[in-house]
Design a protein around this ligand. Structure first.
Ligand code: C2E
Ligand code: MG
Ligand code: MG
Ligand code: MG
Length: 291
């Protein structure tokens, strides 16, 4: 019948779209239960000093072990958490667990390295962020300089005043500040000066294209500028020995990437922290370490 035919033309068969929106729906629905169900997990990726190969820090990267959808990446559920406001609970959970981890390392007399936490600038819109932070620092007796907050320039753009305020507090407390995904946002240069940033993390999209002459020049310039401003410069997404050697020659302070280690569960990081030097995975086909 004409009516049915006409109707059919509106229904484009697209299983991908419907599975994605079904997944989005389920993730959104289940996210607020994820904390009480113990489904959130922190992975840690080492930050390696370029000149020595020593682990000098680690970045906490969240994952969600969903009962049906398996391990869900933050790229997938953090935006959903931001939409629903549940990002505040998640941020508190991450902070608490990072502090707990540092306290555990101290009590077990393990080598303690600073931990970086990804923070959405939206978090600073709700005034409870500071009491929550102070409470975690006190409860676990954490030196604030063992924490670094990573924030992207792009999210900074939306809440400039609130974030500027928050950064002043953090600075006075002694918490370190980093610009994440540096070079991909809009407002980098002005904010570097205004916010007294400790660290810039050069985005992995640059590192992946390091062999292109223009990109090479941009990376060199970012390293030069960061070091000139007395900041730590971290290269993200270092995967090859060529990238590593280029960055070492340019005296980039630190590197982070699959070449040395993927993000790993805390027990694996602790094993690495017990050794001193981390060598590129290339040398042995596995994460090779020296005692
Ligand atoms: P990011 O902070 O820029 O983190 C770096 C991302 O690059 C991580 O992805 C990491 O696994 C990945 N990566 C590291 N080394 C390499 C490499 O050599 N090659 C490649 N291709 N990728 C590499 P991940 O863990 O999926 O996290 C994605 C983003 O999700 C993070 O980007 C961060 O913006 C956000 N995120 C992660 N954890 C949290 C969190 O606890 N809170 C908030 N608000 N955001 C988080
Ligand atoms: Mg980060
Ligand atoms: Mg990044
Ligand atoms: Mg990012």
């Amino acid at each position: 019948r004409a009516e049915a035919l006409g109707k059919n033309t509106y229904h484009i068969y697209s299983p991908t779209i419907s599975i994605n929106s079904f997944k989005h729906y389920e993730l959104e629905r289940d996210l607020r239960k994820s904390i009480e169900n113990n489904e959130l997990i922190l992975y840690f990726q080492p930050r390696v000093e370029t000149s020595t190969g020593r682990i000098v820090g680690a970045e906490a990267l969240i994952r969600w072990q969903h009962p049906v959808w398996g391990l869900v990446s933050p790229g997938e559920f953090i935006p959903i958490a931001e939409e629903s406001g549940f990002i505040n609970e998640i941020s508190n959970w991450v902070l608490e667990n990072v502090c707990k981890t540092i306290a555990k390392w101290k009590s077990e007399k393990l080598h303690v390295v600073p931990i970086s936490i990804n923070v959405t600038s939206q978090r600073f819109l709700k005034s409870d962020w500071l009491p929550v932070l102070l409470n975690s620092l006190n409860t676990y007796d954490i030196d604030p300089s063992l924490l670094e907050f990573e924030i992207t320039e792009t999210t900074l753009l939306h809440y400039e005043k609130e974030v500027e305020f928050a950064f002043q507090y953090l600075k006075e407390l002694g918490v370190k500040l980093a610009f994440d995904d540096f070079g991909t946002g809009y407002s980098s240069l002005t904010h570097l000066k205004d916010f007294s940033i400790d660290t810039i993390k050069i985005d992995k999209s640059f590192i992946q294209r390091i062999s292109e002459p223009n990109i090479e020049m941009i990376i060199k310039s970012l390293i030069f500028m960061g070091k000139g401003l007395e900041m730590t410069v971290v290269a993200e997404g270092v995967e090859t020995i060529e990238q590593f050697e280029f960055l070492r020659n340019q005296e980039c302070s630190e590197i982070q990437g699959y070449l040395f280690s993927e993000p790993v569960p805390v027990e694996k990081l602790e094993v690495m922290l017990k050794r001193v030097i981390l060598k590129p995975a290339h040398f042995s086909g596995h994460v090779a370490m020296e005692d």
